[in-house]
Design a protein. Structure first.
Length: 147
């Protein structure tokens, strides 16, 4: 089992985990009962949570790297992260669409890849980001604007 399904309910200081389930079917069954209750003040939702997040990466000797890479592939920043927190243990790369931002209107600008990856070293982090960048360009999710 690589994931569990969690029923969550509430928000902010009233947020809570109602239960953790081994299958989505079981979680859905209980979630439906909660939401059908007359005492349901806030709808319950189901989230899929990974088991043992980042343990495999740590066992492989990987570390977190924060990277920014514009459309042209020149790395503007690649920094090893020494901190691990609840916001970055699940890594993610995304396209920062600066060409669509009103603040950059009328100026030459490139979209860029931003995010955090697990990597052996700086070169490995750059390789991961560059592969993501190539895919984003191929899918027309990334561009540059000349003025």
């Amino acid at each position: 089992m690589k994931n569990v399904w969690v029923i969550e309910q509430g928000s902010y200081s009233d947020y809570g985990v109602v239960g953790v389930f081994s299958s989505e079917k079981n979680a859905q069954r209980v979630c439906d009962l909660i939401n059908a209750s007359e005492n349901c003040w806030d709808k319950a939702t189901i989230a899929k949570w990974p088991l043992d997040p980042c343990i495999e990466e740590l066992n492989q000797g990987l570390s977190l790297w924060q990277i920014n890479m514009p459309y042209d592939g020149n790395v503007t920043s690649c920094v090893r992260r020494t901190d691990i927190d609840g916001y970055n243990i699940k890594t993610d790369l995304w396209v920062h669409e600066r060409t669509k931002a009103p603040a950059w209107e009328g100026r030459p600008i490139q979209d860029q890849i931003c995010g955090i990856v697990w990597a052996k070293d700086e070169q490995h982090a750059i390789k991961i980001a560059n592969e993501f960048r190539a895919q984003a360009i191929a899918e027309n999710r990334m561009g540059e604007r000349a003025c």
